[in-house]
Each structure stands twice: as C-alpha cells, then as structure tokens.
Design a protein around this ligand. Structure first.
Ligand code: ACO
Length: 432
C-alpha cells in the first residue's frame, strides 16, 4: 500500500525496521507504527496526541498553517456563504451534497424526529432550576437509549441511520427544554414548518400566550454558526466519541460522552468562558492589566477565545464569524454596548502584542460566537449547548464512519508507567 518508508534504528540493540508511510489527499503523511511494539518492545509516547493520527477519515480536513477547513473537500467559506446547516449535515454524513430529492428526503427524516418522547419531558423536573443546561443535556441525551431501543443495534445500518436522524433532530428540542426549565417557562413543542435554527429560536423564545416571529437575521446567523461548528476532525469531543464507540457502545451513550468532553473550557466551554472573562475584565481601562496577566507565566489566567491547537495562523471560521458578528451587532445589537466595545478592544490589542503574535494566538471561533449569542439573547450558560447542537452532526458522521471502517478495533492506548516498583503489601500495624 505504501511506497515510502521510514527506517527506525534502536541504538541500544542496533535493530532497524522499516515503517510504511501513508499519504493522505492533503496534509502530512502518517508513519504506520503498528509494528513498533512487536518489533522493538517499546510503546510510543505522545501525550495530547500531538503527532498521532488515531484513524483514517474522509470527512473533514484542516490545514492549521494555511487556515484552511474543508468539509468533504468543500471550503468552509463556500459552505458558510451558500449552504444551509441541514445541507451541510447531509454532506458530512453522506460524503456528497444532496440532490433536490435527497435533500427533501433528508429534511423529512429530520423533521419527523424533532419531538422527544413525552416521558422524557418529565426527566427535566428532576433537575433543579439552576442546573447547568450542559449537565441536563448530557443526562437527557444519554437517556435516549432507554427510549429508542429500535435504533441501538450498531451493526444494523438502518438503525445507525435512524439513530443519527433522531440525534440531529432532537438536539434542539432537548436544548430548548433545558433552557425553558431553567427559566421556569413551559416547554414549546417543535414546529416542523420552520427551519432548523428557526425552530430552535421558536422553542427557546416563544411562549404559549404570545405570537413569536423568528427574526431572519438571527435565524441566518445561527444557521451559519452551526455550519462553522458542524465538524472539526479529531478534536477532544470527537475522539471521545470514537473511543466510546469503539467498544460498540450505543450511539446515544456515545454522543452523551462527547457532550461531556465538549463542556470543558479548553474546548467547547470556551465560548461561555469568553463572556465570563469579559465580565471579569469589566471595563476597557482594565484590558492592559488582563493582557499582562495572560502573559505572566506565574498566573494561570489565559485569554479565553484565543489560541488553537491546530490553527497556528488564523482560524478561517473566526474570519467568517467575525463578519457575521459585526452584521448582527449592527442589525440587532448595539455596537456601543460596553461589553462589545471591550471585546473589540481586547481583540485589537492582542493582535498587536508580540507575545500573542510570536505564539500565533489569534481569536478563535468561540471568541465571536459568544458575542453573537449574547446579542441574540441566548444566556451564557447555553453557549456550549448551542455548540453541542451543531457538533452533533460531525459526531454522528464520525461515529458512522468509524463503525463502517473494516480496520476499526477497540481503542486501547498504552502508557508509560512511572509509579512505584513492585513491592509487598505492608500490614497496617507496620505502616509508618
Ligand atoms: N492566553 C495566553 N497564553 C496562551 C493562550 C491564551 N489563550 N493559549 C496559549 N497560550 C500560550 C501558552 O501559555 C504557551 O506559552 P509558552 O510557549 O510560553 O509556554 C503557548 O501559548 C502555547 O500554548 P499551549 O497551551 O501549548 O497550546 P495548546 O495547543 O496546547 O492549547 C488551547 C490550545 C487549549 C486552545 C489554548 O490556546 C487555550 O487554552 N486557549 C484558551 C481556551 C480556548 O479559547 N479554547 C477554545 C479552543 S477552540 C475550540 O475548542 C472550538
């Protein structure tokens, strides 16, 4: 399969082996180290998987140096400008843009599954009103496997597809119910004549006693944010899902594990952390102080929404969402709002500062998405939930690709053990 090889020599024993190099469509080649342990008796050590490809994938490609993001080969800029979230969902899942008939069929499948089992609604009552919506979502999504037994046979392609449709369709309903529970308002049922993002806005912001009209600017902004967040290859939450799924766990349980991984502030929780940080900074006059804190090695403070493991030039999603952020601010917000003024000042100073320039720390997509959500009236603790709704599409596509991969095995990383050497048990009376 691979024509190129790399020769590795163990300088202790003098033994050499040739390892094959595989080349992808784009990006760096990958050295196949499967034989490494068998031949040398060593494991490889790569905390954080900085140099490790954990799978083959044909879904998403990122070139962090060029600031390039492709879904199934299509540049994110073209999809964000011309496509819709559900069309992108079809593309990610099936590999090709849908024909008109395929698109209609897919929309029908998604809208048919937007309601959640009525018994599931009662789960929410068990949560305190101040429960974090991510905690609720994690629990409710995990519990879907207790309701939809007819789509948990992962070896059955029809089950896999129905589970995927259910997850994509029900996430907005689950998210909106988490929000309504936290503010003590009645749940709003999905309206299938609305778009995916329009339906979410309606379920979040309408009340039974008043008419609600979905704002087209808000609807389009949300749809675009969802496109930008739909997939991002083998990030922490997607890898969590592949790891959980490798044991043949059901898809609902797998997606719940991804939601848990997404929650952390170093990943999807960053959009919420951005708003908390802006609140903490408080005023433009404090920006210099906080920039200094971010640069101080003895201070754990980091500028939230800055930096990315892969994008070391610029995040193409950030470029697109920055433009959308200004459009939303102009049409629905107040560009003179002190919070937005603060965000823009922070962005400008960090972009000029040598510390950030040298380390290639640019505002990432979460810096701007948080600001847009704020203008749309979405509360801060719902930000990561919005991310989870969008990323469910990528998680589902990656999970389906993994299950269909003939090379797929249970994921079982090795370790470098550096604990105590073997020793004998000490009776308690003799312990010091
Ligand atoms: N503020 C200040 N300094 C930073 C920041 C930041 N946000 N991010 C990185 N640095 C510094 C580090 O201190 C380090 O400095 P050093 O070389 O002098 O030691 C250098 O930049 C490299 O940072 P690493 O932590 O090694 O980079 P890594 O790739 O491991 O981390 C991460 C990437 C987690 C995104 C990091 O930049 C960060 O914590 N950012 C803030 C959180 C955030 O916005 N996360 C969202 C990521 S996007 C997403 O998940 C959708």
């Amino acid at each position: 399969m691979a024509k190129d090889t790399v020769t590795v020599t163990d300088n202790v024993t003098g033994k050499s082996i040739e390892l094959p190099i595989y080349h992808g469509t784009h990006g760096p080649g990958a050295v196949d180290i499967k034989a490494f342990f068998k031949e040398f008796g060593y494991v490889t050590f790569d905390p954080g998987f900085v140099s490790t490809a954990s799978c083959r994938s044909s879904i998403t490609y990122i070139d962090g140096d060029k600031g390039e993001l492709l879904y199934r080969g299509y540049p994110i800029e073209q999809l964000a400008g011309k496509s819709s979230f559900l069309e992108v969902a079809y593309l990610l899942m099936h590999g090709e843009l849908p024909t008109e008939a395929e698109q209609q069929g897919f929309l029908g499948n998604i809208t048919r599954h937007t309601m959640i089992n009525e018994s599931l609604n009662s789960f929410y009552k068990g949560f305190n009103h101040d429960a974090h919506p991510m905690a609720i979502m994690c629990g409710v999504v995990g519990s879907l496997s207790a309701f939809y037994h007819d789509s948990t046979d992962i070896r059955n392609p029809a089950h896999r597809e129905i589970a995927a449709h259910r997850l994509i369709a029900k996430m907005p309903t689950i998210a909106a119910a988490s929000f309504k529970h936290s503010i003590g308002e009645p749940f709003v049922y999905p309206k299938n004549n609305l778009s995916y993002s329009g339906n979410l806005l309606n379920m979040m912001f309408s009340v039974p006693c008043e008419d609600y009209v979905v704002d087209p600017v808000a609807e389009r902004a949300l749809d675009m944010i969802f496109i930008l967040h739909a997939d991002h290859e083998q990030n922490a939450s997607t890898s969590t899902i592949r790891l959980a799924g490798s044991s043949a766990a059901n898809p609902f349980a797998c997606i719940a594990s991804g939601i848990a991984a997404l929650w952390g502030p170093a990943h999807g929780g960053a959009n919420e952390a951005v708003l908390h940080m802006l609140d903490e900074i408080g005023d433009v006059s404090n920006v210099a102080k906080y920039i200094a804190k971010a640069k101080d090695k003895d201070d754990s403070f980091r500028l939230m929404g800055f930096g990315h493991r892969i994008y070391k030039n610029f995040d193409p999603r950030a470029t697109l969402i920055r433009e959308m952020c200004h459009e939303v601010l102009a049409k629905l917000g107040n560009e003179n709002d002190p919070l937005f003024e603060l965000a823009l000042k922070l962005e400008a100073i960090a972009l000029e500062d040598d510390y950030f320039k040298e380390r290639k720390l640019y505002p990432n997509v979460d810096f701007y998405s948080g600001i847009i959500y704020k203008v749309l009236g979405i509360p801060t603790n719902m930000f990561t939930v919005m991310f989870a709704i969008a990323r469910t599409v990528g998680w589902v596509a990656q999970w389906m690709e993994m299950i269909g991969d003939p090379d797929q095995r249970i994921a079982r990383p090795r370790q470098l053990y550096q604990g105590a050497a073997m020793r004998d048990y000490v009776e308690m009376s003799k312990r010091r």
